[in-house]
Design a protein around this ligand. Structure first.
Ligand SMILES: C[S@@+](CC[C@H](N)C(=O)[O-])C[C@H]1O[C@@H](n2cnc3c(N)ncnc32)[C@H](O)[C@@H]1O
Length: 261
């Protein structure tokens, strides 16, 4: 599978800094504070979540398979104070097969990397990687989106503007990210899409780049079956990062799990 993030890595942090509805970092920090560290973030990307942990005094290791995402993370790490850098180790590795030497009080997989697992074997392998790294009392916390059947299958070929932000350049440029769903595999439960990044200066389009996106989706019973197969059991589950319970209007499925007793 080619690295989906080669282009997106350059836009990632600014894009999600502009996403006001993405309020996940505090949730994950709070899980680590309640259940204890150290913390392992599987699929840590650019460190959007990992760096705030280290800045808040929590030791955290990160693993990701994308050289482009890890390059962004390492650039940001180099700008941190030594005390922050010392709390972080970064590994290049695959969510399905990574085996580190440490065990962790909290393993986190924030912002849907499990939706980059496209087969049952890969989904189970990823959950087993998380379970492998837990201490006896450790917890795994992760989120995936709550699939809405009406929108999963709709809008193929349509372009939808998702995010818009201004760069820090002087004068700033405006970047708009749109997404176009290209195809849906209803049997295997995943969709392929294209991100379109358009950069404007003084209202004029000066650059356009595209990046592929492929995501699987999970239903709640599907996840329950995966948990059994991976030897995990839920401790807590939520429908949003403010810890509202999961219900039919939920936008997220968020789980805190432990190894099955
Ligand atoms: C949406 S980003 C989430 C990054 C980070 N957790 C965050 O919250 O910002 C998904 C990440 O999953 C990583 N990823 C996808 N497939 C992976 C795999 N098989 N092994 C490790 N990382 C993977 C991507 O490289 C990307 O950094």
């Amino acid at each position: 599978m080619p690295d989906l993030y080669t282009v997106s890595a350059r836009y990632y942090d600014e894009a999600y800094a502009s996403a006001d509805d993405l309020q996940d970092v505090q949730f994950y920090v709070e899980v680590a504070r309640r259940f204890g560290g150290p913390v392992l973030e599987l699929a840590c990307g650019t460190g959007r979540v990992l760096l705030p942990f280290a800045q808040n005094g929590i030791s955290i290791d990160g693993v990701d398979s994308s050289p482009a995402m890890l390059e962004q993370l390492n650039k940001k790490l180099a700008q941190q104070e030594a005390s922050v850098r010392q709390r972080v180790s970064v590994f290049s590795g695959d969510l399905r097969s990574f085996r580190g030497e440490r065990r962790y009080g909290a393993v986190i997989i924030p912002f849907r990397p499990l939706q980059h697992m496209y087969t049952l074997d890969d989904q189970i392998a990823a959950l087993k990687t998380a379970a492998f790294h837990l201490t006896d009392d450790g917890v795994l916390a992760f989120d995936v989106f709550y699939p809405r059947p009406e929108s999963m299958l709709a809008g193929i070929g349509e372009e939808k503007l998702e995010l818009e932000w201004n760069t820090k350049d002087d004068p700033p440029k405006t970047i708009r990210r749109s997404v176009r769903k290209d195809s849906v595999d209803k049997i295997a439960q995943h969709f392929s899409a294209t991100y379109l990044y358009r950069t404007y200066r003084d209202g004029k389009l000066i650059r356009e780049e595209t990046a592929p996106l492929k995501m699987s989706w999970y239903t709640y019973p599907h996840l329950q079956a995966l948990f059994l197969l991976a030897g995990l059991e839920p401790v807590e589950e939520y429908g949003d990062f403010d810890r509202t319970p999961m219900n039919n209007d939920s936008r997220q499925m968020i789980f805190v799990m432990r190894r099955s007793r």
